[in-house]
Design a protein around this ligand. Sequence first.
Ligand code: DAH
Length: 339
Amino acid sequence: MQELKLQFLKELAAAKTAEALEAVRVKYMGKKGIITNFTKTKDLKTLSSEAKQAFYREYNDLKSFAADQLKKVVPAPGGAAAAAKKGGAIDLTAPGAGRRLGALHPITLTQIELEHIFEGMGFSVYYGPEVESEYFCFEALNIPSDHPARDMQDTFWLKNNLILRTHTSANQVRTILKAGAPLRAIFPGRCFRYEAIDPSHENTFYQCEGLVIDKNISVANLIAVMKTILGEVFRREVKVRLRPGFFPFVEPGFELDLNCLICGGKGCPTCGDGWIELIPCGLVHPEVLRHGGIDPNEYSGFAFGIGLTRLAMMKYGIRDIRYLNGGDLRVNEQFSTIL
Ligand code: DAH
């Protein structure tokens, strides 16, 4: 079969005219073509069933390889060459071959939209590294070394003792050190956790962290910004609720939940009980400010960690997180008209 393939390629390469190419097509892949009828020339009865399977696998590969090669060089029947051969004109009204348009991924779309909205509110956008140090991911955020978030079960550790960041909060102190106070910034990006995958959990997901540091910042500022953002993203009134939540780098800390837009709050596999934990947030812990070289007596701030993947799922009604990293182009293609 290898020999046959080489022979076919050689003749294809040598064919310089449309007629010659067509002759190669007929010779190999036509009704009575050599490749088309290759199996008939072999006695397969003596082969074991495994050998037969292997043979057919190779044969099918050869056939689709040859078909692909021909498709690249032999004009489709009815195309310009056929028309020219018949001496007729080219039919300019015939539908064209069509070009496949690329599409931005729904998470990218959501990220771009968030960046625009935040930029409109005076925020800068920073992207930190995905491979991060333990210090910025945990220590600088007041997460002690015995905290469960550092557990081997949550964190991907690299051989050089760096880690894959488990949250975009890792950018908080990095950015404070770089930009100082006052500060208004978001840090969208990819995060990684050693997780079992199900409709709402992935080992690779996106967050959009936000950080505001200024004088006299309060919870009222935090809630006002969150409500504005969600209103802009969903372009309609959404129901949210605020619960106390614990995160070592904020005090007080909250969970801002969104009433599920897939089931309308009734409860479904995506949300569970009708509420999606969407934006954990709080007032920046004085310890974090200190790690950034900022005096907590002078400045205060708020921080939030938008679940960007979840936000995209809510916005576009995607029920299962596994679609997002699944690589099935039929998912992405549905978004090709959005931007
Ligand atoms: N980084 C946290 C996580 O991934 C989420 C978070 C909680 C971010 C509270 C914040 C915050 O900025 O204030 O679980």
